[in-house]
Write a protein that binds this ligand. Structure first.
Ligand code: NAD
Length: 492
């Protein structure tokens, strides 16, 4: 690193314990979304580089490098990664802010969260216990949580460090080796994680991290004949494509896909709390959050008040680069900005109202104005499809059944929320919302300790919490005949 706000210009893959360029020497430019300027470049993996990474992970798995460590040693190794990340917080946060666009305080938070994933799962490395199953005096029977082998992991650009860390930490805790394909639009923080993994003394080949385009490196990894498991976080469309590739070889997967999550606001809710919670829920990370609060479904008597106050809260946000810790930062790319703005323009053309925003901001970089859309219907495009930008759609309802029908009425099932002071209603509505996580009176309530994942097209499997580890192991049952005279009868 050189002067203030400058980062290393040239970045590489991490394969088999070494930092290397692509075999064909190609590179991907790294653009600062706050300015549109190229600030660095990173190696661009192709199928041949993916082959090398998978071969390294296979070799490390077959050599039982992780299984041969005592669980407490693996745990200490993971704690070392966490410590190194925390020591490098400022350096990594700067890289993330300039590469991804997010505010610097959030980037610091991502480093802390990444370290927490390693700490949390380090604590589980010696606690994943099997069962003993009674079969009578002639047998001993027990189960073992066996790793899959080579875990392929494909990461999106919105929270690359957190999402990458949670998958690698689970893999290390369960003795899987890793090949990670980082997002081409925001790869650098994971390259910094590779350095932390290396410096923590993780054996060569156990973790391999490379960067490349989805249709090249991503497709080569998902379609590779020698992976045993895949963790994907990204869009439904890409997830579905990857699942087709995996189906040929019956490779198991964890799928963390998109969302169109609704907060249901009853008239007895604390409206101050609704506004504060939703402002964070939709404008954090410029709305580029899979679990964003992208819809509010509001009981009619308080609908106008909520629209007006959300629009005021949106308009009051300080817009600017992440490095200035502005509240509303740029979206990741010009392509993404075009897509978001076009969706808003189509909504307004179809009769909706932009109570705030609705257009890009006239300044360098990729800034979308914080947008509140009202006066539309639950079946409209803007109310059904993931925008993945700072755009909130607010819809009215007249009774709880209608609220549930609207909230549950998309293809997605990632998150949902309820705002009410009535505890019984909160429980009853939470029970009927179709979502992997339900937030009551605070969007994003929960944490690293709580299982996270989707229902319906938002995916399956869970990340975070103890439960995530179950997505990285397969149960092996060992049944032992202790006495002579085995029956050999199946199912006896
Ligand atoms: P994306 O699906 O475009 O890309 C995700 C990753 O897949 C990237 O690394 C990309 O290079 C790779 N990829 C693209 N095409 C591929 C292919 N054919 N084969 C293999 N890999 C391929 O998603 P994105 O735009 O990076 O991220 C936004 C999406 O991710 C949103 O839908 C968001 O909701 C979702 N997301 C979900 C979660 C979650 O935990 N559920 C978290 C973050 C983001």
């Amino acid at each position: 690193m050189s002067g203030a706000n400058e980062i290393k210009r040239s970045w590489q893959h991490y394969i088999d314990g070494r930092f290397v360029d692509s075999l064909d020497g190609t590179r991907i430019p790294v653009v600062n979304p706050a300015t549109g300027e190229v600030i660095a470049d990173i190696a661009c993996a192709k199928a041949a580089d993916v082959d090398m990474a998978v071969a390294a992970a296979r070799k490390a798995f077959n050599a039982r490098l992780l299984q041969n460590m005592r669980p407490v040693e693996r745990s200490r190794m993971m704690h070392r990664i966490a410590r190194i990340l925390l020591e490098r917080t400022e350096e990594i946060a700067l890289v993330e802010t300039l590469d991804n666009g997010k505010r610097i305080s959030a980037a610091r938070g991502d480093v802390a969260a990444a370290a927490r994933y390693f700490e949390y799962y380090a604590g589980m490395a010696d606690k994943l216990e099997g069962k003993s199953i009674p079969l009578g005096p002639d047998y001993i029977d027990y189960t073992v949580h066996a790793p899959f082998g080579v875990s392929a992991q494909i990461v999106p650009w919105n929270f690359p460090l957190q999402i990458g860390a949670r998958s690698i930490a689970c893999a290390l805790a369960t003795c899987n080796t890793v090949v990670m394909k980082t997002p081409e639009l925001s790869a650098l923080s994971l390259a910094a994680l590779a350095q932390a993994v290396h410096d923590a003394g993780v054996p060569a080949g156990v973790v391999n991290i490379l960067t490349g385009f989805g249709h090249e490196a991503g497709a080569a990894l998902a379609g590779h004949g020698d992976i045993d498991h895949l963790v994907f976080t990204g869009s439904v469309q890409t997830g579905s494509r990857i699942l087709h590739a995996l189906a040929d070889r019956v490779v198991p997967a964890v799928m963390e896909l998109g969302g169109k999550s609704a907060g249901v606001v009853f008239r007895d809710a604390d409206i101050d709390q609704v506004i504060t919670s939703t402002r964070g829920g939709i404008f954090t990370n410029a709305g580029q959050v899979c679990s964003a609060s992208s819809r509010l479904v509001v009981e009619r008597p308080v609908y106008d008040q909520v629209v007006e106050r959300m629009a005021a809260a949106a308009s009051a946000l300080k817009i600017g680069p992440g490095i200035e810790d502005a509240e509303l930062t740029p979206v990741i790319s010009d392509g993404q900005l075009d897509k978001i703005e076009a969706m808003c323009l189509r909504a307004v053309q179809a009769g909706a109202t932009a109570a705030s925003g609705g257009r890009r901001v006239d300044r360098p970089g990729y800034f979308m104005a914080p947008t509140v859309i009202a006066g539309t219907t639950p079946s409209s495009e803007i109310a059904q499809n993931e925008v993945f930008g700072p755009v909130l759609t607010i819809l009215p309802f007249d009774d709880a059944e209608e609220a549930l029908a609207i909230a549950n009425g998309t293809d997605y099932g990632l998150c949902a929320g309820v705002y009410t002071r009535d505890l019984a209603r909160a429980h009853l509505v939470a029970d009927r919302l179709i979502a992997g996580q339900v937030f009551v009176n605070e969007w994003f309530a929960g944490g690293i300790e709580t299982p996270f994942g989707g229902m319906k097209r938002s995916g399956y499997g869970r990340e975070k919490g103890v439960e995530a580890l179950l997505g990285y192991v397969q149960t092996k049952n060992v049944a032992i005949r202790l006495t002579a005279g085995a029956t050999g009868r199946p199912g006896a």
